[in-house]
Design a binder for this molecule. Sequence first.
Ligand code: COA
Length: 331
Amino acid sequence: MEISRVDPGDVDLELAERMVAVDAASHRHAGLEVPVQSGPSRMFSLQHGNNGRPVAAVWVVGPPAEPVGWGLVELPFLDNLDLASLRAVIAPAHRRTGLGRALLGQQTDFARDHGRTKLVTGAWRGTDGIGFLDASGFSTAGQHPYAVRRLDLHRDTSRWDRAYDEAAAVASDYELVRVAGPADEAMVPGLVALHEAINDAPADEGMEPDAWDADRVRGYDASMVRRHQTTYRILARHVPSGAWAGMSLLCVDEFAPTVAFQEDTTVVRAHRGHRLGLLMKCAMLRWLRDERPEVAATDTWNATDNHHMIAVNERLGCRVIATNVGYRRQV
Ligand SMILES: CC(C)(COP(=O)(O)OP(=O)(O)OC[C@H]1O[C@@H](n2cnc3c(N)ncnc32)[C@H](O)[C@@H]1OP(=O)(O)O)[C@@H](O)C(=O)NCCC(=O)NCCS
């Protein structure tokens, strides 16, 4: 069976739909509750990436008119320049025939040809990907498992109002600001430190901190617009000093708005301990309830030892739906 490289810019809607059909079969096979992307979301995410550039490489396994698998490589270009990040899926009916190994070979060659020395990837706990990565020389040493927590928004939501009031009483020196869509240019410099504060979350061994500057904030916002992801930011400002203190960021995929994706929630160090994490997350949920009632759930990824964030999410009523195990290997 042939494995062909495809330019991410050439992934059209038809091919993207076929790729996500493979993902859907894979998730059904594994009994995973985690949603798969929609076809348009897949197409736009490959074309536009996360930070203003397309993903580096895409492969299709089998005939593009009827693929039985696909893979990608992302090459970070702002930090972690020694690293390549991989994804691969083979349809359940075609597994254990060597396709995954052959695809990994091409991904590894691509990473090496681009001067990368480390490969990172992940697989859902309890699924075939774990056996494959264990057998392919990857290791979990120093890597975090990430639990995906789901919050159902259409259940009793009064607990968020109670939690909001409680947190607001503690955070009385702070005000909240809502920003929907790309941030105004005047706001961009202030957002850099709020994005950068995610580097205080538990990090995988060997990873450099994320390098944030104003261009990266602009690039991120521009990618999300092109991908038809509406971003919602709740920002916290310390009123006496006027300093930005925290941010919670969430994306609604306009092609699949039912499950929103919770991106980073950060509080800069000088402002921790005032319940801002809980306050901002409750404010986000109230905002969605008012303006995006079609959003039925949010999914959020937490490193399993990120105890403060997990405590906030548990308080809101999240439940764990899956765990993604991080793996790495030298090229
Ligand atoms: C991971 C995945 C791509 C592997 O595809 P595949 O085509 O079945 O892999 P291969 O046939 O090349 O397997 C190579 C070797 O990996 C090991 N392996 C693969 N699946 C395994 C499993 N379920 N349990 C134990 N070992 C396994 C075996 O040693 C296998 O060699 P063998 O069949 O000769 O014993 C596929 O299972 C998949 O799509 N899973 C869901 C997505 C995912 O988890 N991807 C992980 C990387 S991002």
